[in-house]
Design a protein around this ligand. Structure first.
Ligand SMILES: Nc1nc2c(c(=O)[nH]1)N[C@H]1C(S)=C(S)[C@@H](COP(=O)(O)OP(=O)(O)OC[C@H]3O[C@@H](n4cnc5c(N)ncnc54)[C@H](O)[C@@H]3O)O[C@H]1N2
Ligand code: MOO
Length: 418
């Protein structure tokens, strides 16, 4: 095992070590935002029948082919149909049917003319009236054909496609009310550290609240997983070994925070090595170089560093892709845009640096990015107050203001116009 590996190597290693969870069938609404695990087909044609796209008059286009301003064509209205009605009569020569949007197109009609451009010559425009047309209509005008969106038996969504909110509507129209998806991975979150107290308590001397578990559980949820916060584990080899061994039996993925470096009380590396296969210990990234990964009992175990920002970046860059792989996503990353640094950035390191930063739009519409002043790896606060991570290009040269860098979009609020 290499001591320090690149982020790309780490990601390939972690994603390569996980497998999709088994397929389960969930109610349609539960599938929003998730990739489907099998091709889906429609049970009917959608739309099931040709129908009108306008409120107006259904007719044979040929009847009004010669219509003009100075030579209007006049037709007799023989029926009225609304959405849900079916007209099964005959439209004879010189006749039309008053039709509403969504109503089934009569068999004899091939076009609809909206009523705004139809004159009423006699009557009130309803059955028995005489109406006039001053322009021809193309066959098919204002007609939505049967099967426009889907054909019965046709594959409408392919395996791997992620279902959007509109997609839920599409599937409902196609009669797909249950959807096969990969089960959400059950993720155990274990905070290690003898300094930790539950966040519900006020910490005593030398103690701090366990905030990592909450953040990692939130990250796991955002990644589509089911998060389970387990009790805090004190800094002893035995306690951590027993907690990790039990979690590896009961969960699909185990995340620990803390005890990942080389201090006297850092035990995640020896624990994973003893219980299973230790595959990674250090990644060339900042914050968060101490990133442990291995397999225990067939279960992936990821040891994040204790520092909050380091744990957060490690989760986003390495655990999130793994959890998405387990759910069948083919796209693992947060969106990335390129933006100009608004100030010189002297913060450089041979490791890849992820700066907590704010992305904004300049007046000319291009993106600008401003790193947060406090880049301490010990804090969650600056991440709450920023919306992206600006990735410094590899190398140790200072980056002058105006340099263009990748920005990983994390929590971009609606008011930032992208
Ligand atoms: N001699 C060296 N010491 C350290 C190095 C180094 O290279 N040489 N790296 C530092 C960096 S960078 C990091 S990151 C940490 C990683 O070490 P650990 O994973 O062992 O982290 P801990 O020591 O357990 O904790 C670090 C820090 O984070 C706080 N913490 C831990 N767990 C939680 C939690 N659940 N909620 C909130 N805060 C937590 C903890 O109290 C510490 O302050 O090592 C550095 N040291
Ligand atoms: O591994 Mo540490 O993140 O650089 O705070």
């Amino acid at each position: 095992m290499k001591e320090m590996i690149s982020l790309e190597e780490a990601r390939a290693l972690v994603c390569g070590a996980v497998a999709p969870t088994e397929v389960e069938t969930v109610p349609l609404l539960e599938a929003v935002g998730r990739p489907v695990a099998a091709d889906l087909t429609s049970d009917i044609d959608v739309a099931p029948f040709a129908h009108s796209a306008m409120d107006g008059f259904a007719l044979r286009a040929a009847e009004i082919a010669a219509a003009a301003e100075d030579a209007p064509a006049t037709l007799r209205v023989v029926a009225e149909i609304g959405a849900g009605d079916v007209f099964d009569g005959v439209i004879g020569p010189g006749e039309c049917v008053r039709i509403m949007t969504g109503a089934c197109l009569p068999a004899d009609a091939d076009a609809v003319v909206k009523y705004e451009i139809v004159g009423v010559v006699e009557g009130d425009g309803k059955t028995g009236s005489l109406v006039s047309f001053t322009a021809p209509a193309k066959a098919g005008a204002n007609v939505r054909p049967a099967g426009e969106e889907a054909r019965a038996g046709e594959v409408i969504v392919r395996a791997g496609e992620v279902i959007s909110a509109a997609g839920v509507g599409f599937l409902a129209g196609c009669g797909v009310l249950e959807v096969p998806v990969c089960r959400r991975p059950r993720v155990a979150i274990i905070a290690t550290g003898s300094e930790l107290v539950p966040a519900s308590e006020v910490p005593g001397p030398g103690k701090i609240r366990n905030s990592n578990s909450y953040a990692m559980a939130a990250c796991a949820r955002e990644a589509g997983a089911e998060a389970h916060m387990l009790p805090i584990v004190e800094d002893t080899f035995e306690a951590l070994r027993d907690a990790v061994a039990a979690a590896a039996r009961d969960y699909d993925f185990v995340v620990t925070t803390g005890g990942a470096a080389n201090g006297d009380y850092d035990f995640i590396k020896p624990v994973v090595a003893e219980l299973g296969e230790l595959m990674m210990t250090t990644v060339s990234m900042r914050p968060g170089k101490a990133q442990t990964f291995g397999i225990v009992n067939g279960t992936p175990v990821f040891g994040l560093p204790g520092n909050p920002a380091a744990a957060y970046v490690g989760f986003q860059m390495l655990i999130r892709p793994a959890l998405r792989t387990m759910q069948g996503y083919t796209f693992m990353d947060h969106p990335v845009v390129r933006a100009r640094l608004t100030a010189d950035e002297k913060n450089r390191d041979p490791r890849r640096i992820f700066l907590r930063a704010n992305l904004t739009r300049a007046s000319d519409g291009t993106y600008e990015v401003t790193p947060a002043k406090n880049q301490s790896s010990g804090l969650f606060g600056p991440i709450q107050k920023t919306n992206c991570m600006a990735v410094m290009p590899d190398g140790t040269e200072p980056q002058p203001a105006g340099s263009v860098v990748d920005c990983i979009l994390l929590d971009v609020p609606e008011e930032v116009c992208l």
